[in-house]
Design a binder for this molecule. Structure first.
Ligand code: ADP
Length: 249
């Protein structure tokens, strides 16, 4: 947790210098994380303009092959910048809470992926109305589905509800995530080894941002390995008539 205060160790006086060193190291790590986060936010923001210009200049490249390669690189960089920005822009508290059709919203996400040539199926509820922050949730669900496509190949999304919760399940048929990493992958900047070597344009913020949004709705994201292969990501959202933090009652 980036925002957690550093842990302070206290104990017998004879351990004081070791404990001071430990506390000092904790504080340094904390500062390092904060600095890195602030810096990344600034860089990502500032990279947007030159990337847009680069894309425009690309229009004038005459060699079609070269142009294609250039656009691919720009797209990859833009995906990274967007994923970083969507993390820092997660101003869920500011977004107003509204009543909206969650099934429709999820299906607009799927339509965007289909427009981009991806094959994703949907089954389950078609008219589930939910009270929450639609844009933040849309971003969170997009991140989860984007991962399933990047790392999982064939993707199927479903939605079901009980009287108390709505659950969106995103199933894929990729390599999954070893269960000992099921918590770790939610840490900011963490990428599992095989993903780092892939050209997926991720920087390890998607899941962390998605979980913080979903937790902000009183829910959670859980990972379950599928048999014989693949990952199930369960996005659980409580259905509540109680005001959420930041909601005007
Ligand atoms: P990013 O996709 O930018 O690397 P995320 O925070 O979205 O970052 O995901 C963290 C890591 O979790 C990924 O790098 C990947 O290793 C792993 N991961 C996420 N989703 C899946 C999935 N559906 N199947 C396999 N691995 C996944």
């Amino acid at each position: 947790d980036v925002n957690a205060p550093p842990m302070q160790v206290k104990g017998p006086v004879e351990f004081q210098s070791a404990m001071n060193a430990f506390n000092d190291m904790q504080a340094r790590i904390q500062r390092f994380i904060t600095d890195r986060t602030t810096m990344l936010a600034a860089i990502s923001h500032d990279l947007r303009a030159p990337l847009t210009r680069l894309r425009l200049r690309g229009e004038f490249v005459e060699d079609v092959e070269q142009q294609k390669k250039l656009f691919r690189d720009v797209d990859e960089m833009q995906a990274m910048v967007n994923s970083a920005l969507s993390f820092f822009r997660d101003d869920g508290i500011q977004e107003a809470i509204t009543r909206f059709n969650l099934s429709e919203m999820v299906n607009t996400v799927l339509d965007d992926f289909r427009d981009a040539g991806e094959n994703v199926s949907y089954h389950g509820l078609l008219n589930e109305v939910y009270v929450g922050r639609p844009l933040s949730l849309r971003r969170a669900i997009t991140n989860v589905i984007d991962n399933a496509i990047k790392y999982g190949g064939s993707v199927s999304v479903s939605m079901r509800a009980t009287h108390s919760d709505v659950v969106i399940v995103v199933d894929d048929e990729g390599d999954g995530i070893p269960s000992e990493l099921h918590e770790t992958v939610f840490r900011p900047f963490f990428r599992n080894e095989p993903s780092r070597s892939r050209k997926t344009g991720g920087i390890g913020l998607g899941l962390s941002a998605a979980r913080s949004t979903v937790r902000g709705h009183g829910g959670d994201i859980l990972l379950v390995n599928r048999q014989p292969r693949g990952l199930s990501v369960h996005v659980m959202l409580p259905r509540t008539e109680m005001p959420l933090p930041g909601q005007n009652a």
